[in-house]
Design a protein around this ligand. Sequence first.
Ligand code: GDP
Ligand code: CA
Length: 318
Amino acid sequence: MHIVVLAGGVGGARFLTGVLAAASGAEVTAVVNTGDDVTMHGLRICPDLDTVMYTLGDGIDEERGWGRRGESWVVKEELATYGAEPTWFGLGDRDLATHLVRTRMLDAGYPLSDVTAALAQRWQPGVRLLPMSDQRVETHVVVDDPETGRPRALHFQEWWVRHRAALDARSFVQVGVDDARPGPGVVEALRSADAVLFAPSNPVVSIGTVLGVPGIRDAVRAATGRVVGVSPIVDGAALRGMADRCLPVVGVEVSAQGVGRHYGARADGGLLDAWLVHTGDAASVPGVDVRAVPLLMSSPAATRELARAALDAAGIAP
Ligand code: GDP
Ligand code: CA
């Protein structure tokens, strides 16, 4: 059995732990957003790939949800004493080793997919970890500059981490996406999958960015397996995060129904065959099998049950 999961960072990583627990023996491919990738201090950083890799490789700091467990911050402090910008991005000492290896390999000419496979050799995440694309795609956010009042684009990480998404966004721009191609193996994986699952990741800047790579949306639509989405919106709010700051920017209501309709029914030119919403959340998405189940990934057992419900909606009995 082959399961493909479209994923962002924290929500994607947790959901993947559930899929691995629910479907032991299955082959699992994670197609991960790289639109958050950024270069800082000369190093290429892939926040979502790293969150998935560290989580599945048992190296994540569970409390923070990102970065390494047992992290220290000596380099960050030293950079700050030089006044080296940016100072608002947390780069731990252990984490830095990952970025050093990645940057060195990229500089030597290896594509991101090869670099990711090399890093995964160490972490053994238990899934095939595929970047959505080997080409650089970077999400930028257009805001009104608080000082000049004029529109200004900043990198998604700066908006999200430095400004905590507090600046009103006018639009998101996926710089480079028009020239990007799906990463090696992505389209083939979607085509051969017995089920395609959308993790409860940010529908705009995680899943939306993956689907924006030319060819990926069509491959999902053409998948032979059923396509099942999991809502990141529970009771009208985003869990652990600020996805509710992103949805209105693209004209989507912050509700499980709003996101479900945004993805749309496959039968209707959209993407979904089934949509999981949280128990008690009502959603009507024409043409889609909507199921209400507990969506809180609050423990390994709850996360496994959620994945099981997604596989059940995909018509797969693990
Ligand atoms: P990021 O890249 O680290 O921001 O992470 P993702 O895009 O993968 O996931 C962020 C989304 O995960 C947020 O929109 C949250 O609403 C959602 N999320 C986090 N925890 C849970 C959970 O326990 N259940 C569900 N259904 N969604 C969650
Ligand atoms: Ca992310």
